[in-house]
Every structure is written in C-alpha cells, then in structure tokens.
Design a protein around this ligand. Structure first.
Ligand code: GLP
Length: 259
C-alpha cells in the first residue's frame, strides 16, 4: 500500500487540516479500508450522523460494515447526499430506496432515521431548503462517504457548481445521465434533475471518505487531487475540507503523479 499525505489549505477557523491519499490493490480493499474507518468511529461513539452516498463504489462499504455485525447502528442517523427529482415514490432506483435497501436495512438503522431529499415534492426547491436545514439541525455529518463522478462531480454537483453552493435543485449532465443509465431500463428513464447537497454543504461534515475505483475514474481523480481547486472539478473541493481520506484502487490512481 502506498500512502501519501499532502497538506490541504485550512478552511477559515480550522485548527488542523489533513488530506490522506491511500492507494489499495483493488475495489474490495478500498471498501474494507473505508469500513475500517467508519467502524472505528462508530465503536468510539463518534458516529451519530453518517453521510451516505449511492453508487457502485460506496455500496460494498455498507455490505462490509453489515458483515461485521457491529453494535450501535440503531442510534445512527443517515443523511443521503442527493436524490433524483421526478421518480415516483418507491421507485427502486430512487436514492431513498437505494439507501434503505443497501445501507439502512443491512446495517439495522431504523427507517425513521434515514434522511433523503424529497425528490417527489411539488416544490423541489422548498424540499432542498428543508433538507439543508434538517442536516444543519442534526449538527452536520460526523463522516461523509463520497464517490466521484467520471466528470468530477460529488453528490450531483456537476462541473460548474460553485464551491459555496448549498442544497439545491440541479440539472444533470448528459454524461452523468449516460453513466447512470445502467441502473434504469432505458437511458430515457434517467431523470434530468436532482436535489443535491451543495459543495459547501458537503464540506460541513467533520470528516470525509472519498472513494474511487476503476480506470474510468482516473482522470477525475487526477483533476480532483492535482488540478486547480475550483468549480470545473467540484471534487477538488475536498482539498479545502478539514479531515479527508481518499481511498483509491490502483486503476483510479493511475494518472496521479504524486501518490
Ligand atoms: C451518482 C451519485 C454520486 C456518485 C456517482 C458515481 O451520480 N450521485 O454520488 O458518486 O454516481 O457513482 P459510481 O460509484 O457508481 O461510479
């Protein structure tokens, strides 16, 4: 395992800032390492609010955590990063359904402790504002799990998203819709809009675990960690966050020059 630590710019008011990049042999090792870090926090009593993500990359982390049979999940609240707008309630690919099926159920988190933006609301903007307020009222996430889009998105903050953005309704890039079409019967069924935590909202978590596996993520990872920090690559904002572990497999790390 190759481990590199590089200084990240400290957000105003932060006393300490660190960004650790670990390159692991494969996706299974990435999931195990992420589960180790989450489990450590849970067992230390420091996981009351868990920021969860959807996608193929974080999904094995929940399975790995569930397999460990750890106590204490019934006291944890889950907050999702994002949700499609316009899918009918209960649609199996809505992020509420995914989080309930892949995370809450296997971990044993009661469903009334699962928070996901309401993508079925008549007024999605009001739903976005309500979600931002609910997360703030919960005190923010103790740890936020993040995947990364092939275009550098985090949550559904597509390229161009301001680093100061908060939870809001967004348009999905065609590349994102195409990437996510594998979860739907046809590409046309992928929604065009979503409610996502903003980049700054994501930054309110106390710790972040950013996971990426596979060669298709290599360019986004390079841009996030070695390109300019800015809206062109929303994932680059992790370099402004306080306590970040980036867990990569060798394929996702293949374009890095400094790890
Ligand atoms: C979706 C989610 C993101 C996720 C991305 C990558 O677009 N909104 O939160 O990071 O997919 O998913 P995957 O891990 O399946 O590549």
């Amino acid at each position: 395992m190759l481990t590199a630590t590089s200084p990240a710019p400290a957000p105003r008011g932060a006393t300490e800032s660190r960004l650790v990049v670990q390159v692991l042999p494969d996706a299974a090792a990435v999931a195990r390492r992420a589960a180790d870090l989450v489990a450590e926090l849970l067992l230390a009593g420091g996981l009351r609010t868990f920021g969860v993500a959807t996608g193929s990359t974080p999904s094995p982390v929940y399975a790995e955590l569930a397999a460990r049979g750890l106590p204490g999940w019934d006291g944890v609240r889950l907050f999702a990063l994002d949700e499609y707008v316009g899918l009918p309630a209960g649609h199996p690919e809505s992020y509420r359904a995914v989080i309930e099926r892949e995370a809450a159920g296997p971990l044993g988190v009661p469903l009334d402790q699962v928070h996901v933006p309401d993508g079925t609301a008549d007024d999605p903007r009001a739903a976005a504002d309500a979600y931002e307020a609910a997360l703030a009222a919960a005190g923010g996430a103790d740890v936020q799990l993040l995947g990364i889009g092939a275009n550098g998105h985090i949550g559904f903050n597509e390229p161009g998203s301001p680093l100061g953005s908060r939870t809001r309704v967004v348009d999905l890039d065609e590349r994102t819709r195409a990437d996510n079409a594998r979860f739907f019967d046809s590409p046309a069924q992928v929604p065009h809009h979503a409610v996502t935590q903003g980049v700054a909202t994501i930054g309110t978590a106390r710790r972040h675990l950013l996971l990426a596996t596979g060669a298709a993520k290599a360019e986004a990872v390079r841009a996030a960690l070695e390109g300019p920090v800015g809206p062109a690559c929303p994932a680059s904002a992790v370099r402004l966050f306080t306590d970040v572990h980036v867990l990569l497999d060798t394929a996702a790390a293949s374009l890095l020059t400094r790890a």
